[in-house]
Design a protein around this ligand. Structure first.
Ligand code: ANZ
Length: 960
């Protein structure tokens, strides 16, 4: 093929790679391994737009580069194919989500294949496929069969827990468990019935059922995780989300809080991403302090009347009630500044301590709080509100009596849901004290009344502060914690903001949870796991994808869907993040029926070396994946503590919207549109126009007329500039509603995948957000054709010769090799593309046709533009279809060393001129030429040189 035809070339090589399985990799090799992973897509009905492949192009370039560098590279692709959109569509159309999902995947694969990615497609995974979700269910079962041992700092099989119970009861067990876990001795354990024992273990398992406050989205009919809720509405669809208490499957991710933090120090992620995870986990070092309740609460009233249940009581007093409120504080040093206590409106003691006089006020306040989400409550720092319970507690440090309030700035789910209010230490407390006219007790010498949040760690000595008077921060803390511990009224405590993860969705299109229920002796349903041999538990057919009339999830509609006889299956399905929390292992061995991946495969590939994807997964997917990975490691299934060694977030490609301007005038009987440059002369309304009928910002008026029926554009009038209609431009999110979606297929048809790949990289640094601009693509397309011209003449003649390369050509080549290698290593793909452009221009100017040079350049460019380079590699007479399997060109420094040196020439110690000499010129020849030079002779003013000193590659000095 002597004329560059991207259509023919790209199709030819894509077919060749496919039929020859060029990119299939084995799970063993003498070569070192390298695993490059893209965050796999959810196959949406809209297909890919040009923003989606950005990360995939970068990862493909890197994969191809690593292959050339001698690595065995695993580079797979698959689909995160359970999820809400397919289900919403199913609800609207009655189409089974499996059908639309399949269609969407087919379309995605077609689009991805058009771009020439070097995926090993034989390893493709789909999370909604039973052969895949069988293993998601299996991991769930492993989690259910495990507990977390704080002493060994790892998950262990549940049998090691029951062995401890048998020998010591649970007093020696140091493990996260449900709050209502009773204490028992070995003797007691051993006489429990099997059922009682089983129920105890349910409180320790890494997945468990609990009542949890969840984000309930009625419109979506489902629970959402915190990272799926943005500003009080669902991220998908923007529907209202409210707080609701529901019985849910949960995952004990909090057991891993510290390890999730520690692991961040061992991975190569950006600082900002690590910081987001650290904040999400939210470690605080502080103390728990017990305040005894005093005063006229209902508790006392109860004692007076000697009556356990008060007549007006909406709830009863907790069984293990002790008259204490425990607070969590990070500033125990401020305890002498406490002038009130605030507990969360949901705190279990609110009801118990509220006095009859205060009840109405408290009830009204609680009602108000229910309407606010946790997020609103946290982010609102301005509104000061609260209500007095009528009760008091005693500060254990100084025996002072302080009033107890409820206020919604205190969150029920954090710490103990109670805080000691220190107006002189905390801004919110200060605001609160001012509002309710509570005392502000200064505690540091550096402090004035207004000088709140004095950083005690830096300066200041405590005043009016009992046992810590005159001390500095660290000493004060230490002294206080010791003192509290000695008296049993407090202890040091590390708290995490991270919450256990809700693991249930009331939806159809997700993994069924491999659990069924059997009633216990009291008639309560108790969850039991399926046998491993019963997996996968297939998603049953239902008549509709909606909840049942009685409000059960859609799986409640499945007829005859039960385990054995009459044991109901769990009706909720797993959340979106289940299937994506382990998928990188499935790629290692995606066809395995016996295991989620074979041990050999896992031991060879270990973990992901380079992971590329969007920032939106910072606290969701990336935390859950790390959690499951650590769990799998604890149980001996995988070797590495962290799943993703290096992670890069590609920046978002924004849309470049085009606008037309409709004149807002009654005068005209038909619609009138004015070109952008003239719009200031009229009163106009800007309307989005489809970017696909705009080229270089010029509107294709005929197409516009034919497509905009909504504004009866077919008889519209256009006010033009130089005969053309110029569109206005704005950068916005790429989305259908803004008519700025550019489809990669269209670009590929017009310019080819190689050009698209180069252009996407050329747009700017990978990690930055940048607007798509189709206008610039011509330049890249020209580059590709110029590159082709080094091999074929305009008339289609083969230009490449076996002749030896000239030094200038070698210099250009090796300069480029060095630059490209450095750039790829630093993921600086945009600068690499410019370097290629410079190189091709320079070789063009040198009329370079040397095979030795051009063949190296072909290899160098192949990761970026795999099709054209495969074609030329073949034309150069190399092994067909193998440009990706050759070696990356080796940089030879000697070719780039400057061949000439500009010598400064001194006459009697003063530099007068400079003269260039080839580096291999002998000092004798330099001396001769310097003395013969006219300018030098003029400066010598007829004198004879006494001495000429030539310092090679430094200087020449002529002494007269
Ligand atoms: C007294 C104090 C004095 C506090 C002072 C701070 C400054 P982090 O770092 O986020 O862990 N707190 C405790 N539980 C809370 C809850 N459930 N809702 C809202 N606030 C809560 O913050 C811990 C600090 O936040 C704790 O330390 C407590 O206020 C408050 F000068 O106790 B501090």
């Amino acid at each position: 093929m002597s004329e560059y035809s991207h259509k023919e070339i790209e199709k030819k090589w894509q077919d060749y790679w496919e039929s020859n399985q060029t990119f299939k990799v084995e799970n063993h090799s003498d070569l070192p391994k390298y695993y490059v992973l893209d965050m796999f897509p959810y196959p949406s009905g809209a297909g890919l737009h040009v923003g989606h492949p950005l990360g995939y192009i970068a990862s493909d370039i890197y994969s191809r580069y690593k292959r050339l560098k001698g690595f065995n590279v695993l580079h797979p692709m698959g689909f995160d194919s359970f999820g809400l959109p397919a289900e919403q569509y199913a609800i609207q159309t009655g189409q089974h989500p499996a059908v639309t999902t399949e269609q969407n995947i087919t379309r995605y694969i077609e689009q991805l294949k058009n771009l020439g990615f070097s995926y090993d497609w034989s390893r493709e995974v789909r999370t909604s496929d039973p052969s895949y979700y069988k293993w998601t269910q299996w991991i769930f079962m492993e989690l259910f069969n495990s507990w977390y041992n704080n002493d060994t700092q790892q998950a262990e099989a549940i049998e090691t827990l029951t062995a401890k119970f048998e020998n010591y009861g649970n007093s020696h067990v140091n493990a996260p468990c449900d709050e209502d876990t009773p204490a028992f001795t070995a003797q007691e354990w051993n006489v429990f019935t099997e059922e009682e024992q089983y129920k105890i273990t349910l409180k320790y398992r890494l997945t468990y059922v609990a009542d949890a406050t969840v984000n309930w989205c009625a419109a979506l009919g489902s629970v959402l995780s915190n990272d799926e809720v943005k500003d009080g509405v669902s991220e998908r669809g923007g529907y209202p989300v409210v707080q609701k208490l529901m019985r849910q499957w949960m995952m004990r991710i909090t057991a891993y809080s510290q390890r999730l933090l520690d692991g961040l120090d061992t991975v190569e992620w950006t600082d900002s991403l690590k910081e987001q995870q650290r904040n999400w986990i939210g470690r605080s070092v502080g103390a728990l302090v017990k305040f005894e309740i005093e005063g006229k609460g209902r508790m006392e009233e109860r004692e007076e009347r000697n009556d356990a249940t008060l007549p007006s009581s909406p709830s009863s007093i907790p069984p293990n009630f002790s008259p204490i409120i425990e607070v969590f504080t990070t500033r125990v040093d401020t305890i002498y500044g406490v002038s009130f206590m605030v507990i969360a409106p949901e705190h279990e003691l609110v009801d118990v301590i509220t006095t009859p006089e205060q009840r109405a006020e408290i009830d009204a306040y609680i009602d108000m709080t229910k309407k606010r989400s946790e997020r609103d409550r946290m982010s609102d720092v301005k509104t000061v509100s609260g209500a007095f319970t009528g009760a008091y507690v005693i500060n254990p440090a100084n025996d002072e009596k302080v009033p107890v309030y409820i206020a919604d700035y205190v969150l029920a789910g954090y710490g103990t849901g109670a805080v000691m209010g220190v107006p002189s230490g905390d801004q919110r407390d200060w605001n609160f004290a001012k509002h309710f006219d509570l005392p502000i007790i200064p505690i540091l010498d550096a402090q004035k009344e207004i000088d709140i949040q004095a950083d005690a760690t830096k300066e200041g000595q405590y005043i009016n502060s009992g046992m810590i008077n005159g001390m500095k921060f660290n000493e004060a803390n230490k002294t206080l914690i010791e003192w509290l511990e000695e008296r049993g009224v407090g202890k040091g405590k590390i708290n995490y903001r991270l919450r256990d993860a809700v693991f249930g969705r009331q939806r159809y299109w997700g993994e069924p949870v491999p659990v069924y229920y059997k009633n216990d002796s009291t008639g309560q349903p108790i969850p039991y796991l399926l046998e491993e041999s019963e997996l996968p538990l297939n998603l049953p057919e239902v008549d509709k994808y909606l909840p049942t009339e009685s409000g059960e999830p859609p799986l409640g509609r499945a007829e005859g869907w039960e385990h054995g006889t009459g044991n109901a299956y769990e009706l909720s399905t797993m959340p979106g993040w289940a299937g994506s929390s382990w998928y990188w292992y499935r790629y290692m061995d995606s066809k395995n029926d016996e295991e989620f991946a074979s041990k050999e495969a896992i031991d060879y590939w270990r973990n992901v070396d380079l992971y590329i994807g969007g920032t939106e997964h910072a606290t969701g997917h990336l935390l859950y994946s790390r959690f499951w990975n650590k769990f799998l490691k604890d149980r001996g299934f995988v070797p590495e503590e962290e799943p993703f060694k290096k992670l890069i977030n590609q920046g978002m490609i924004q849309g470049r919207s085009s606008f037309v301007y409709r004149v807002k005038s009654e005068e005209f009987s038909k619609p009138v549109f004015v070109s952008a440059g003239l719009r200031s002369q009229y009163e106009v309304t800007a309307l989005h126009v489809d970017v696909n009928i705009v080229e270089n910002d010029i509107l294709d008026i005929e197409k516009f007329k034919a497509t905009r029926f909504d504004i009866s554009a077919e008889n519209a009038e256009f006010i033009l500039e130089d005969g053309k209609y110029h569109c206005g431009v704005e950068v916005e999110k790429m989305s259908k509603s803004k008519f700025n979606v550019v489809n990669p297929d269209d670009i590929v048809t017009k310019y080819g995948a190689d050009t698209l790949r180069l252009y996407e990289m050329f747009l700017g640094p990978l990690e930055q957000a940048k607007p798509w601009n189709t206008n610039g693509i011509d330049g890249t397309y020209r580059f590709i054709r110029k590159f082709w011209r080094l091999f074929y003449s305009e008339t289609g003649q083969w230009l490449v010769k076996e002749e030896a390369a000239k030094p200038e050509e070698l210099k250009v080549l090796h300069k480029t090799i060095k630059k490209i290698e450095e750039d790829i290593e630093h993921f600086s793909f945009n600068t690499a593309v410019s370097a290629f452009m410079v190189c091709v221009n320079e070789l063009g100017a040198l009329k370079c046709h040397s095979k030795a040079v051009l063949q190296e350049l072909v290899v160098l460019l192949s990761p970026y533009a795999p099709h054209i380079t495969e074609e030329l590699w073949d034309a150069l007479g190399n092994e067909k279809g193998m440009v990706s399997k050759t070696a990356f060109p080796k940089f030879e420094p000697q070719y780039v060393v400057e061949a000439i040196f500009e010598y400064p020439i001194q006459i009697n110690g003063k530099v007068r001129i400079s003269l260039p000499f080839a580096l291999d010129t002998t000092p004798a020849d330099i001396e001769k030429e310097v003395l013969a030079n006219e300018t030098v002779q003029r400066w010598m003013e007829g004198n004879v040189a006494k001495k000429v000193i030539v310092v090679p590659k430094r200087i020449v000095n002529v002494v007269i």
